[in-house]
Design a protein around this ligand. Structure first.
Ligand SMILES: *Cc1c(COP(=O)(O)O)cnc(C)c1O
Length: 331
C-alpha cells in the first residue's frame, strides 16, 4: 500500500477537445474597470471544440474515458433543462459512438430553445422525470440506468455537472496550462456551480490564486470544493481558506441579476466576447465586484476563465429580452 493512499490516480482519459485553449488579452475590459492595460486576460475554455464547447469537455475526457474503459454503450446524466453539462455529455456520446440519456427535472412542454435544441441534434433521449430537487433527480437517473440494463444496454452514469474526483481532474490540467501560459498569475476568476472546475484549479494552483463566484447551484459549495480538492491533491485545503464570493447569486441559480446584465453588456461591448447569464456572466460580475472592493488590484495578473455556456443565453428568456431591449433602444 502506498502511504499517500488518497492521492488520486486516474484511469486513461479520452481526447474530446482541442488543447491547450488560448489565453487572450482583455485590454478594453481591463481599462474600463480601472486596471492596467495588460492586467486582465481571458482563458478561453469556451473554445474547447466539442459540441459547442465549454468547461464540461475537460471533465468528460475523464468521466467518458472511464465509461469507455468499462465497456459502456450509453452515457446517462442529470442537470437542469438548460444544462451545458448535459448537452456536452450528449455530444461526447455522439463522438464516442454511444447513446445518451439526459434526465431532467419537471415535465416536457417548456421552452425548447438553447441547449435543448443541441441535445436533440446530438441524438440524446431526454427523460422528463418529474423530479423536484437533486436527490429525486439522482434517484430518477438510477431508475433510468436500471431500466436500460434490463433492456441489455450498458449505461454509465456521469455525475451531476461532471463534478466527481475523476471529472475535476480535467481542471487540474487546465491549471497546468495556466501555469505555463500565465506564469505570474495572481487570480483566476471562475464561476462556481457543481464545484469540480474550481476544485481542479485549486488542486493545481493553490487556494490563494482561485476566486470562485458562486452561482447558487449548490446550497453550500465551499465544503464540496474542499472535499473534491482534497481527493485530487495531497494536503487538505480547509473550506475557509477558499476564496468564494456569494454576492452574485441574486434570487437564485436560474435568475438574472442587474450586475450580471451589466457585465454581459460591458464584456460584449468592450471585447466582442459573449458571456452567459448563469455562469460566466456571474464570474464577470464577481470580477467587477472584486475590483471595486480591492480584492483584485491594478498591477496584478488576473485571468477570467470563460467556461462556455453560450447556448444557455438563447435558452434564457429574460436574458434574450434584455439583449433585444438594448437593440430597440439603441442602448
Ligand atoms: C457547469 C458550468 C460552470 C461551473 O462549473 P462547475 O464545475 O459545475 O462548478 C461554469 N460555466 C459554465 C458555462 C458551465 O456550464
Amino acid at each position: 500500500m502506498s502511504t499517500a493512499a488518497h492521492v488520486f490516480e486516474p484511469p486513461a482519459a479520452v481526447t474530446l477537445g482541442t488543447w491547450p485553449t488560448p489565453v487572450e488579452p482583455l485590454t478594453g475590459l481591463g481599462t474600463a474597470l480601472g486596471l492596467g492595460p495588460d492586467d486582465l486576460l481571458l482563458k478561453r475554455d469556451d473554445l474547447t471544440g466539442l459540441g459547442g464547447g465549454g468547461n464540461k469537455v475537460r471533465k468528460l475526457e475523464w468521466t467518458a474515458g472511464a465509461a469507455v474503459a468499462e465497456g459502456a454503450d450509453t452515457l446517462v446524466t442529470t442537470g437542469a433543462p438548460q444544462s451545458n453539462h448535459a448537452r456536452l455529455t450528449a455530444a461526447a456520446a455522439a463522438r464516442l459512438g454511444m447513446r445518451s440519456v439526459l434526465v431532467f427535472p419537471g415535465a416536457a412542454g417548456g421552452s425548447r430553445s438553447g441547449n435543448l435544441v443541441l441535445d436533440g441534434l446530438f441524438g440524446a433521449e431526454v427523460v422528463w422525470s418529474g423530479a423536484a430537487g437533486r436527490t429525486a433527480l439522482e434517484e430518477a437517473a438510477a431508475e433510468v440506468c436500471a431500466r436500460l440494463r434490463e433492456r441489455g444496454a450498458r449505461p454509465s452514469l456521469i455525475p451531476f455537472g461532471g463534478s466527481s474526483t475523476l471529472g475535476a481532474r480535467g481542471y487540474v490540467r487546465c491549471g497546468q496550462e495556466l501555469r505555463e501560459q500565465v506564469p505570474d498569475l495572481r487570480t483566476v476568476v471562475v464561476a462556481l456551480g457543481s464545484g469540480g472546475t474550481m476544485a481542479g484549479l485549486v488542486a493545481s494552483l493553490g487556494p490563494e490564486r482561485v476566486l470562485g463566484v458562486d452561482t447558487g447551484a449548490l446550497d453550500d459549495p465551499a465544503p464540496v470544493v474542499a472535499a473534491l480538492t482534497d481527493s485530487l491533491a495531497p494536503g487538505p485545503v480547509p473550506a475557509g481558506r477558499l476564496r468564494v464570493r456569494r454576492d452574485q447569486i441574486g434570487a437564485g441559480y436560474g435568475t438574472l441579476t442587474e450586475p450580471v446584465k451589466a457585465a454581459l453588456a460591458l464584456v460584449a461591448e468592450t471585447e466582442g466576447v459573449v458571456l452567459d447569464p448563469i455562469y460566466t456572466g456571474r464570474a464577470a460580475a464577481g470580477l467587477i465586484a472584486a475590483v471595486r472592493d480591492g480584492d483584485i488590484r491594478p498591477g496584478e495578473r488576473t485571468v477570467l476563465l470563460h467556461t462556455g455556456g453560450l447556448p444557455g443565453l438563447f435558452g434564457h428568456e429574460e436574458a434574450v429580452a434584455y439583449a433585444e431591449g438594448r437593440t430597440a433602444s439603441g442602448r
